[in-house]
Design a protein around this ligand. Structure first.
Ligand code: 5RP
Length: 225
């Protein structure tokens, strides 16, 4: 199966976890897009009362266009379940997220969610995190200094750029610095170091966040819990 078909497969499978009256966190990315489409369909066919809490302007636009009722994270008293994608997932269910530059809102929604599910195609499952560049969201002021500091640490940082060479801006008007680490041997230490740097808003290591991973394989979706 092609990667796109695997994404669709897990996106559609994930809505099995959604039940009536739930408040559901809606992640961001190309895999989540299939899930949001499937969720809208399920809401219509099963006449469900579902409230979505989005993690990006992109997902908000799609969910609204499909008629999913939305509230902001600050308007709800809990989130039952969040379904999101990931860029890498290790064997012990730690992950890197932020390939779509939505890591800050994704982490806020995930942190406030009772259950978190990641939906990925099999290519995202790795032995060790770090081949995927680790995204770090930074405020623009002083960001060049941060880049220089990360370079001195041997993190091989680069500002994420748009196709026309501008620095990517997140939904919070921040920049993304990607760290080309190759491997992350001590994720918790790395997360702590990054969060301690003034100007860093959030970083893309999602540690001890997820309860369930649905991975797409050629012979169908596999659920890891
Ligand atoms: C966005 C994310 C995405 O969930 C992650 O990049 C996976 O995206 P895709 O499903 O398109 O591969 O973290 O910030």
């Amino acid at each position: 199966m092609k990667q796109e078909e695997l994404k669709k497969l897990v996106g559609e499978k994930a809505v099995d976890w959604v039940h009536n009256d739930m408040i559901v966190g809606l992640g961001t990315g190309s895999t989540v897009k299939y899930m949001v489409t499937a969720l809208a369909q399920k809401i219509k066919t099963e006449h469900l009362e579902i409230t979505g809490v989005v993690t990006s302007a992109r997902t908000a636009e799609q969910a609204r266009s499909l008629g999913i009722r939305l509230k902001s994270v600050d308007e709800v008293d809990h989130i039952d379940l969040t379904i999101d994608g990931a860029d890498e997932v290790s064997a012990d269910y730690q992950g890197i997220k932020g390939g779509g530059a939505a890591l800050l809102f994704e982490k806020i929604v995930a942190t406030n969610s009772r259950k978190n599910i990641w939906i990925v195609d099999q290519s995202k499952l790795v032995k060790q995190l770090g081949a995927f560049p680790l995204p770090v969201e930074v405020i623009p002021y002083g960001s060049q200094q941060l880049l220089t500091r990360f370079a001195a640490k041997g993190f091989h940082p680069s500002f994420r750029l748009t196709s026309d060479g501008q620095k990517v801006k997140t939904d919070s008007d921040n920049f993304i610095i990607d760290l080309h680490l190759g491997e992350i041997t001590a994720p918790a230490e790395m997360a702590t170091y990054l969060k301690q740097q003034v100007g860093v808003v959030e970083q893309g290591l999602f540690l001890d966040t997820v309860n369930t991973v649905i991975a797409g394989f050629d012979d169908g979706p596999r659920v890891f819990e």
